[in-house]
Structure formats: structure tokens, C-alpha cells
Design a protein around this ligand. Structure first.
Ligand code: BEZ
Ligand code: FE
Length: 329
């Protein structure tokens, strides 16, 4: 057994200077090198954080109580831990590490806590929002590879809020899914649907994450956006969103999701478009071409970035299942 292979020293008389080294040793008995490495780095950074901030017992208890509250307010449809990760910038960071994008491909954005698996599968041209108060819009999209070839049969998940800035799951009295749908791209990589023009909205801020934002004097608003998720075997899973140009929160998104390449414009439908797609002339149209990256290329880029980043940190690592572990050879 691996546990008999390491020499665990007597765990006593531990202090500020040797607690880290000893915690790392006792955590090193797993036969999973990735778990051992992640725990070693986690403990090291956590302990350094406590040493650097001279963390008080009162502060640490406040942090633990905060985490308890984050758990207590969470339900199937309220994911306060996702919110916490989002406002800390960690969601965006993990997505950027795990899904590197070559130039000309569509960049990722935050998933957020409001994606569900209950969206109806719809046909091209269907109306995915029943909100009659929202401003109607037509969304015309293609999905291509980085060489401009259409990709057929991609499963696309789309979701947006209603005109009051709430997702369907935020309405206690809802009858079923609304403002969300699933569709597939056709042989030309095309998918299209009718929706409502997105509006800005605040992320849920009546819980512990909202209290933290307030203490930090940060607002909870997200700029108007529509979410998209793309899945097809052999292609890197893409979670992204399109943001409307000129939104008051374009440069201060509470969860850091906006990227220049994801900012789009709605233009008025001309007579030809209106007739072809059965919408009113002058109503809003969004056209966008999404570009997916094949899984092998993403894997190659991820490996390359990992080795470069860890070399810059002076760490000797190798990749195991495309994830870094210490290179002890
Ligand atoms: C969203 O865009 O749905 C979202 C993202 C992060 C936190 C809350 C909501
Ligand atoms: Fe959203």
C-alpha cells in the first residue's frame, strides 16, 4: 500500500513554521498523484494565506460561518456556491484554463447558476420565450470550425431571462420551462429561433454572496446577455454568452463574463429578412457565427499552456491524463 511507502513523521509539536510541511506529508498517502498534488498546492496556498494575512480566529470563524450560510441558502435551483465562485472571478479563470481558445474561435463565458436540463427541444424558427412584455427578436446563427466549415448536428442549449430580468426557475409559480430551448444545427451549421431582447439584471443578492458584494461596495448587475452552450462529440464543449453592445454594465459585469468578441448588436430587420423569417420589418435581429474547436486541438493547447505556465513557476511537472502532477523521475 502507498500508505506504508511514505515516512510519516510524528505529528506533534507543530507550529507556524512546520505545520504546512507536515500536513502535506500526511496528505500524500493516496495512490492518486493528481489528488496528492492538488491537495499539496491547496494546503500550501491556504496556509500561506493565513500566515500572510495574520488571520485572526474571529475572521476565520466569520469565514466558516459565511460558508455555512452559502450552503444553507442553496437549493436545486439556487446555487449560491456557483455565485460565490463567479463573483470571485474563479469561474471565469477555470473556464479559461480548461477551454483554451485558438484565435478566431468563439471565446467562453460564465455558465452561471441558471442552466437547467429541462429545456424543450425546439425546431428552427420556434419562439423560445412566452414573455409578451419582452421586445421580440430574431436570432440567426451558424456554427463553423476554425476553417469555416459548417458543423452539423451540434446540440445547442439557449437560455435567457424574461423582460423583468428573471430566469424561469426564479418564479415560484412557474408552470414549466420558459426562456430556454435546445436545438440542433442543420447541414449548413445553421440554427435560428425567436426570442426576446435580453435585459440587464442583478444576480441574486439577497443571500450571503449579496452581503459580501455590499461589503465590498460592488453592484450585483450583469449586462444584458443570452446564454449558449454547444455540445457535439469530438468538439470542445463551449459555454458562452452574447452581450449587447452599449449596455450600462458592459464594463462592470458582477461576474466578469464580458469579452469584446462576445459583444453583439441587434439590427432592424430589412424587408427581405422580415419576409423570409416571418417577423415584422424593423424588429430586432441578431446574427452571429459561432466557431468551435475540435477536442484534440483544445487538448493540445491545454497541455502546451499547462507546461509553459508551470515552467514559469519553476515547477518540475509532467502531464497525467492532461493534468499536471509532480515529475519525480
Ligand atoms: C447568469 O448569467 O445567468 C449568471 C451568471 C453568474 C451569476 C448569476 C447569474
Ligand atoms: Fe444570465
Amino acid at each position: 500500500m502507498a500508505s506504508e511507502e511514505i515516512n510519516v513523521p510524528p505529528m506533534k509539536d507543530l507550529n507556524i513554521d512546520n505545520i504546512t510541511e507536515n500536513t502535506v506529508i500526511i496528505n500524500s498517502q493516496s495512490s492518486d498523484p493528481r489528488l496528492t498534488y492538488v491537495m499539496e498546492r491547496l494546503v500550501t496556498h491556504l496556509h500561506d494565506f493565513a500566515r500572510e494575512t495574520r488571520l485572526s480566529t474571529t475572521e476565520w470563524m466569520a469565514a466558516l460561518n459565511f460558508l455555512v450560510k452559502v450552503g444553507q441558502i442553496s437549493t436545486d435551483v439556487r446555487h449560491e456556491y456557483i455565485l460565490l465562485s463567479d463573483i470571485l472571478g474563479l469561474s471565469l479563470l477555470v473556464d479559461a484554463i480548461d477551454h483554451p481558445k485558438p484565435p478566431a474561435s468563439t471565446e467562453g463565458s460564465v455558465l452561471g447558476p441558471f442552466h437547467t436540463h429541462e429545456a424543450e427541444t425546439m425546431k428552427h424558427g420556434d419562439l423560445m420565450s412566452q414573455d409578451t412584455e419582452g421586445e421580440p427578436c430574431l436570432v440567426l446563427c451558424t456554427i463553423k470550425d476554425v476553417n469555416g466549415n459548417p458543423i452539423e448536428g451540434v446540440k445547442v442549449d439557449i437560455w435567457e431571462t424574461d423582460s423583468t430580468g428573471h430566469y424561469d426557475v426564479q418564479h415560484a409559480d412557474r408552470d414549466g420551462p420558459d426562456g430556454r430551448c435546445v436545438m440542433k444545427s442543420d447541414k449548413d451549421g445553421v440554427f435560428w429561433f425567436k426570442a426576446i431582447v435580453p435585459v440587464p439584471y442583478p444576480i441574486p443578492h439577497d443571500g450571503p454572496v449579496g452581503q459580501l458584494l455590499k461589503l465590498l461596495k460592488r453592484h450585483p448587475w450583469r449586462p444584458a446577455h443570452m446564454h449558449f452552450m454547444f455540445e457535439k462529440p469530438g468538439w470542445d464543449h463551449l459555454i458562452t454568452a452574447l452581450y449587447i453592445r452599449g449596455d450600462p454594465y458592459e464594463t462592470s459585469d458582477a461576474v466578469f463574463g464580458v469579452k469584446q468578441s462576445l459583444i453583439v448588436e441587434f439590427n432592424p430587420a430589412d424587408a427581405k429578412t422580415a419576409q423570409e423569417y416571418g417577423v415584422k420589418e424593423g424588429s430586432k435581429v441578431l446574427r452571429h457565427d459561432f466557431v468551435l474547436v475540435d477536442e484534440k486541438e483544445t487538448e493540445r493547447l491545454r497541455d502546451e499552456n499547462a507546461l509553459k505556465a508551470l515552467k514559469a513557476l519553476g515547477r518540475k511537472v509532467k502531464l497525467l491524463n492532461h493534468l499536471p502532477v509532480p515529475d519525480l523521475d
